[in-house]
Design a protein around this ligand. Structure first.
Ligand SMILES: Nc1nc2c(ncn2[C@@H]2O[C@H](COP(=O)(O)OP(=O)(O)OP(=O)(O)O)[C@@H](O)[C@H]2O)c(=O)[nH]1
Length: 305
């Protein structure tokens, strides 16, 4: 007898460094989706998330908690968190059963902020492969705090960790510059928002660094690393202020295109939805342009100085 095939289900895997806005994004995205009539379920897979701004439909804490692991195995908070995710990987049947009980809702997975989970630890990619096998069509939404744009060295490090994450998770992937309303909080950006969002002409970042004998090698290393990021041609960003519905809707449109939701789920999949998608095509320029006008009106104030 043939095994029953699980129905196709869609969702987002929300990742990013600590404090980048993942939980706030999940709450805001759930509100937006409900507003558009899309039934949604929130799944908290961050075992260190103690106070959630939303009622999770499924919580990893029902399976394992960081406190229990720290106490039982005498691990520190970071080791305990990694253990929790590895424990989840060993108990995927639990997760899949609990997800099945949520019906065909669109799923928002709130993941922890430990970057090693997304750059080299194997548990998260294995969890994602199991979800894919269970017919989940997921987009990784990687939130990066936009204040990193104001420092060339930090932005290079963001580009490298983002690229590593994309290669490691191997999902359709949307990178988001979160808290775009605070982009210039720590000083004016050197370039316009399009420079940081479109990730092109990166040699200009290295040119911002001092060229004295002390830092020359650092500058050369920066140029090589940015060349590597450009050669892959994978990294770009969508700007987001979670309180601004227009930027949230733009992120959702990018996510829907990436995981195929835009082409229609199940029975709705038709030539009409494909055509509607083509007509509604939005270019990266439009996505970034509106946010740039609103949040970085100087268009990168320091370049001319
Ligand atoms: N101004 C502004 N603040 C934001 C935005 N998104 C999130 N924040 C704030 O950023 C802080 C961190 O947000 P969280 O959602 O807790 O971040 P997180 O990534 O879930 O954090 P961890 O669970 O520690 O990994 C909170 O104070 C949020 O209110 C935004 O778009 N604009």
């Amino acid at each position: 007898m043939m095994a029953a095939v699980s129905p196709v289900r869609f969702g987002q895997v929300v990742v990013g460094p600590p404090g980048s806005g993942k939980t706030t994004y999940c709450a805001g995205m759930a509100e937006l989706l409900r507003g558009t009539g899309r039934p949604v379920a929130l799944v908290n897979l961050d075992p260190a998330n103690e106070t959630l701004p939303f009622a999770a439909d499924l919580d990893l804490a029902e399976l394992v908690t960081v406190e229990d692991v720290m106490r039982e195995l005498r691990l520190g908070p970071n080791g305990a968190l990694l253990y929790c995710l590895e424990y989840l990987e060993k108990n995927m049947d639990w997760l899949l059963q609990r997800l099945a009980a949520l019906g065909d809702k669109y799923i928002l997975f709130d993941f922890p902020g430990q970057v090693e989970l997304y750059t080299h630890n194997a548990a998260v990619p294995r969890i994602l492969r199991r979800l894919e096998k269970a017919n989940f069509r997921l987009t990784a939404v990687n939130l990066v705090d936009s204040h990193y744009c104001s420092d060339p060295g930090k932005f290079v490090s963001v580009l490298l960790s983002t690229l590593a994450m994309m290669l490691h998770l191997a999902l359709p992937h949307i990178n988001v510059l979160s808290k775009i309303d605070l982009a210039e909080k720590f000083g004016k950006l050197h370039f316009g928002l399009d420079f940081y969002a479109e990730v092109m002409d990166l040699e200009r970042l290295a040119e911002l660094l001092d060229d004295d004998p002390f830092t020359r090698r650092y500058r050369r290393l920066t140029a090589k690393l940015t060349g590597l990021v450009e050669d892959y041609g994978l990294v770009s960003f969508v700007p987001l202020n979670v309180s601004d519905k227009a930027t949230m809707a733009r992120v959702l449109r990018s996510v829907d295109k990436a995981n195929g939701y835009v082409f229609g789920a199940g029975e709705e999949r038709s030539i009409q939805t494909l055509l509607a998608c083509a007509v509604g095509a939005e270019f990266q320029d439009d996505v970034v342009g509106a946010a740039a006008e609103q949040y970085v009106p100087t268009g990168g104030g320091m370049e001319a100085e």
